[in-house]
Design a protein around this ligand. Structure first.
Ligand code: ATP
Ligand code: MG
Length: 166
């Protein structure tokens, strides 16, 4: 191990799974993760939301945004591709890349101009995998009976710290 790799990095990735019985549980988990993210001040936090159509990615995002203080609607960004939430102190940019034809189109969203201190919640990140690179957190939702299974994986040290505060 070199000096530049923090010792905690050797423990990565950190992951866990849980069952979410209904949509309310998915939203609730979003609020819970927001609780851990609230005091975050360590730069851009990129969260991938993965899972099939209808898996619950937007539902999770609703709870997450509410947990960070957003009070209005949370529309799916399917057509707008990105919905900004200028929350204080931590703005959130909710994206849905399903309709992206090519990862290169990501450049039109101007992500590099977004504040450094912010959270990117990205549905369908697979559409621009090469351009986005590795996330801090990867959340995967899959059907499990009437409910959903959630798998959460921290891929950076700062994200692992957040999970330890859940
Ligand atoms: N844990 C759960 N158990 C059962 N239903 C759920 C659960 N979580 C979310 N749902 C329901 O699944 C449906 C689809 O949810 P949502 O729109 O969040 O999916 P999505 O993953 O964002 O889909 P898309 O890929 O189309 O954007 C909604 O009706 C929502 O209420
Ligand atoms: Mg969605």
């Amino acid at each position: 191990m070199t000096d530049s790799v923090p010792p905690e990095a050797a423990m990565l990735p950190v992951s866990f799974a849980m069952l979410l019985a209904d949509a309310a549980a998915t939203e609730h988990f979003g609020e819970r993760l927001a609780g851990a993210v609230k005091g975050y001040s360590d730069g851009r936090l990129m969260i991938f939301l993965q899972g099939d159509l209808g898996a619950g990615k937007t539902t999770f995002s609703r709870g997450f945004l509410r947990g960070l203080g957003h009070q209005g609607r949370v529309p799916s960004p399917t057509y707008t591709l990105i919905e900004p939430y200028e929350l204080d102190p931590l703005p959130v940019y909710h994206m849905d890349l399903y309709r992206l034809q090519d990862g290169a189109e990501l450049e039109f969203l101007g992500l590099e101009d977004l504040p450094e201190q912010s959270v990117l919640l990205i549905e369908w990140p697979e559409r621009a995998a090469a351009e986005l690179g590795e996330p801090d957190l990867r959340l995967c939702l899959s059907l499990a009976g009437q409910g959903r299974e959630l798998q959460l994986e921290a891929l950076s040290v700062r994200a692992a710290k957040l999970l330890s505060e859940l």
